[in-house]
Design a protein around this ligand. Structure first.
Ligand code: S3P
Length: 437
């Protein structure tokens, strides 16, 4: 715990230059683990995310009786003895994806009774969004506040098929339902109001599991034992996002980001930053495990303000805190709306970024669902809090690079949730000297 309460000091930078290899994608790593748990042959991936969130998924799967082998960034998960009842509580730690996908996985496995909980932040986050749709398939899930919050208890049972229209665009809910569908007695169709990250669909297709995608609906069918597979997980676009903004904001920057996942349902921030004037080139396009990836070269440039609304949000939801940092330096007024989901992430990301950016001299208003940010202002040094949220810590660190004085970030070790090497990589690419005016 004391490590998570550490402070980090970020100094102004003149530019960032060099090359960064981005660690494996968190969403894809979770999914490789979950689908491996349903496969006798197993799924083996390299470049598995080094973050604590994906370690939570692996620990839960191992506790449930799956075989989990990890050596460096190589991870293999297979069904093992099959999922069985555990004596202790499953601990999802800080990871919403672990908790929600676990509900989908376990709800349809008859006989297994499980209890899942998580850390203080996760116990505050909404779970009814996944519990309610699973209940429509017959899931027997209960929990604190009627199943709205962790801890949740799940009594695995034979689920029926069904159709579900997602009330909120959420890839976690969609994936929980698709996982449940694989062990249900009939097909499960999920319809989404706005497309969300489609990694589960791509991974199932890559493995050769029947799945139908039609307009905004996805259908899966009962499937006994998933085929195995092996591939390399692309770098996490959401981790690359911090460097993209840093390089854009610092005028002499020239940064190459290697092996970045470029699934279009994840790269909404690139489209928005391009509209703002970003200088980016994409090279070496390839596919891995059915997912698009490539190298990005980003150079420093002036940015202009932009408007973001609900339609844009799912494809850049995790990037909004760092995009807010970019907006503080962009010429003009940036409107970010339709992003109320940020209030139920690892912390309330709307209020924590408002507080952090204001402490550094930014001029912004907070709304229920986003911010109005009056840009073009130089940020100054100051003390800020991450609120224990990895993406807030990293976004404020990028603000610190572009500020004209040191920025002290409280509880910055929480970056280990998704990106343990963040501060080391920052030290490797940063060029000191006068920060840009
Ligand atoms: C994720 C989906 C998103 C995202 C989270 C990871 C996933 O959450 O914010 O970091 O892996 O499916 P929601 O599904 O709640 O939008």
């Amino acid at each position: 715990m004391s490590q998570r309460l550490s402070k980090s000091r970020v100094l102004p930078a003149r530019s960032i230059r060099g090359e960064i290899r981005i660690p494996g994608d968190k969403s894809l790593s979770h999914r490789a683990g979950f689908l491996g748990a349903l496969s006798t042959q197993g799924i083996e991936v390299t470049n598995f995310s080094p973050g604590a969130d994906c370690a939570s998924t692996l620990a839960c799967l191992e506790q449930l009786g799956c075989d989990v082998a990890r050596e460096g960034d190589r991870v293999k998960v297979s069904r093992g003895r099959g999922i069985r009842e555990t004596e202790g509580t499953l601990d999802a730690g800080n990871s919403g994806t672990t908790a929600r996908l676990m509900c989908g996985l376990l709800a349809g496995i008859p006989g297994a009774f499980s209890v899942i909980s998580g850390d203080e932040s996760l116990r505050r986050r909404p779970m009814s969004r996944v519990v309610d749709p699973l209940r429509t398939l017959g899931a027997r899930i209960d929990g604190r506040d009627g199943g709205r919050c962790l801890p949740l208890s799940i009594r695995g049972t034979r689920l029926c098929g069904g159709n579900y229209l997602l009330p909120v665009p959420s890839a976690q809910i969609k994936t929980a339902l698709l996982l449940a569908g694989l062990s249900a007695q009939g097909s499960v169709t999920v319809t989404e109001p706005v497309p969300t990250r489609d990694h589960t669909e791509i991974m199932l297709e890559y493995l050769g599991v029947p799945i139908r995608r039609e307009g905004s609906s996805i259908t899966v069918y009962p499937f006994e034992d998933l085929p195995g597979g092996s591939w390399r997980i692309p770098g996490d676009f959401s981790s690359a996002a911090f460097w993209i903004v840093a390089a854009a904001l610092l005028p002499d920057s020239d940064l190459i980001l290697r092996d970045v996942g470029l699934n279009p349902t994840r790269t909404g921030m690139l489209d928005i930053l391009r509209r703002m004037g970003l200088n980016v080139q994409i090279g070496s396009p390839s596919l891995s495990g059915g997912e698009k990836m490539g190298d990005l070269r980003v150079k420093g440039t002036g940015l202009a303000a932009v408007s973001i609304d609900a339609e844009n949000v799912p494809a850049l939801v995790d990037e909004l805190p760092v995009l807010a940092v970019a907006a503080t330096r962009a010429e003009g007024v940036t409107e970010i709306r339709g992003a109320g989901e940020l209030r139920v992430k690892e912390c309330d990301r709307i209020s924590s970024m408002t507080e952090g950016l204001r402490a550094l001299g930014a001029d912004l208003d907070e709304h229920d669902d986003g911010w109005t940010i009056r840009g073009g202002r130089k940020l100054h040094g100051g003390s800020v809090s991450s609120y224990g949220d990895h993406r807030i810590a990293m976004a404020l660190a990028i603000a610190g690079l572009a500020a004209d004085g040191p920025v002290e970030i409280d509880d910055a070790a929480c970056v280990s949730i998704s990106y343990p090497g963040f501060f080391d990589q920052l030290a490797a690419v940063v060029q000191r000297g006068e920060s840009p005016g």
